[in-house]
Ligand binder design. Structure first.
Ligand code: ATP
Ligand code: MG
Length: 407
């Protein structure tokens, strides 16, 4: 069916009172951003609905991109008729929509909303005249008001008459950009992309901070992290990817700090640098993919010893999720296959065989004095590289190169 538009119903934002305007305009921007490849599509955001006018674009392809945008409760592909249409036009269009969906013995109901009070038929009359027309035209069709296979929605509005027979659940959440700005510590692993997804679901706009350590880590490891950022960009808008050179710090720490505290002190560097970048960019928090008790650096004691370097909130959306739960979300958001590609990241290479699971805060501070923290943090911050990453981009080399590197 050649639908004329996709009608988007707002999610939680409808309850947000005076912030509503901001929410709607942010959602409209995000929708524009994920649909930018469809040149003919236009977007019209109104108080209670957002209209994506297809102007001939393929509705399935458009809906596939819409599916990931936070702040959408449900959406429907719809046919729009002129607001002064005759009942016979509405009947005919209803018939076409049902025809598209009907299999043997289908049940249906009609849900009519009449916002245009000038329309010459009442809600009751509309339901009655369209319902009986459909029953006359399809002999297997039956009415079921409780659990119908098809719910034909008819909305009589000032801007037109809208018909839809499918209601699809959206990504829920809040539009990215309405929940403030933060930085995300994004590795190439399974957890941090999932944590990023969860932060974005609550409307937070994220800049990704990624630490890399050439020549210990490869170009491909960096590209993989960028590809993950690109996947995540599909949930909101473009993402700033900040790569931070970490080799010198890791070498220096490895040389001067006792092995048991290597990992804790490296993590302190990462967080301190991320916190500096966060403040510089006027953002207000740091997200990580940590989950309590998962590995040595993720005990309460360890978190305390690492958090010590900043007063910014460090937010951990995965804190109480199990690995299997995290993996199932990673599969759902399509980051899993990228995450499990076996490129070493900077941490695995410099992780000692038995890091302290309960580092002592005073000892941590003491051992850290062996290295010149401030100058190394400054040097790293001065040498970042920022790339603006959009949905659908790919930085990893072709499959063949990837395999040759793994051999
Ligand atoms: P992930 O699956 O996200 O890599 P993990 O289970 O491997 O997590 P760790 O390696 O201890 O756990 O990392 C904990 C968190 O520290 C990560 O979720 C991420 O937020 C951050 N982190 C680790 N390595 C990096 C990196 N190279 N760049 C940026 N952040 C990192
Ligand atoms: Mg990791």
């Amino acid at each position: 069916m050649n639908y004329s538009e996709i009608m988007v119903r707002y999610g939680e934002l409808s309850t947000k009172g005076k912030n509503r305007k901001t929410f709607i305009s942010q959602l409209a921007n995000n929708v524009k951003s994920v649909l930018r490849e469809f040149e003919d599509v236009t977007i019209n955001a109104q108080r209670d609905r957002l209209h994506v006018n297809l102007n001939g674009a393929d509705s399935d392809a458009v809906m596939k991109n819409l599916d990931r945008v936070f702040g959408i409760e449900t959406y429907s592909p719809v046919m729009r008729l002129d607001k002064d249409s005759e009942i016979s036009d509405i009947q005919l269009m209803s018939k076409q929509m049902i025809e598209d969906e009907i299999s043997e013995s289908t049940t249906f109901k009609i849900t009519t909303k009449r916002q245009n009070k000038d329309f010459n038929l009442s809600t009751y009359e509309l339901n009655d005249q369209i319902g009986s027309y459909l029953l006359d035209n399809f002999e297997n069709l039956k009415v079921d008001l409780k659990h119908p296979d098809i719910n034909l929605r008819i909305e009589v509005r000032m801007s037109g008459i809208y018909l839809s027979s499918k209601t699809i659940q959206g990504a829920l959440g809040l539009p990215v950009g309405t929940g403030g700005r933060a930085t995300m510590m994004l590795s190439g692993g399974i957890d941090s992309p999932v944590a990023a997804y969860m932060a974005m679901k609550r409307g937070v706009k994220l800049d990704m901070v990624h630490f890399y350590s050439p020549p210990y880590t490869s170009e491909q490891a960096l590209a993989k992290a960028k590809d993950l950022a690109s996947k995540l960009a599909g949930f909101g808008s473009s993402i700033n990817f900040i790569q931070v050179p970490f080799t010198k710090i890791q070498e220096e720490v490895k040389e001067k700090v006792p092995e048991g505290y290597l990992m804790t002190i490296q993590r302190r560097f990462m967080l301190k640098i991320t916190a500096e970048l966060t403040k510089k960019r006027n953002a207000t928090g740091v997200f990580t993919g940590e989950s309590l008790g998962q590995v040595a650096s993720q005990t309460m004691e360890s978190m305390m010893a690492i958090n010590d370097v900043t007063s910014l909130p460090v937010l951990r959306p995965l804190l109480s999720l199990d690995k299997t739960e995290i993996i199932s979300i990673a599969r759902k958001i399509d980051t899993y296959d990228l995450s499990i590609m076996p490129f070493e990241d900077c941490c695995t290479i410099f992780t000692p065989p038995s890091p302290k699971t309960k580092p002592d805060l005073e000892k941590t501070r003491h051992f850290e004095k062996n290295v010149d923290v401030d100058s190394m943090v400054k040097e790293a911050v001065d040498n970042i590289k920022v790339t603006k990453i959009k949905a659908g981009e790919s930085y990893l080399n072709s499959q063949e190169d990837v395999f040759s590197e793994l051999l």
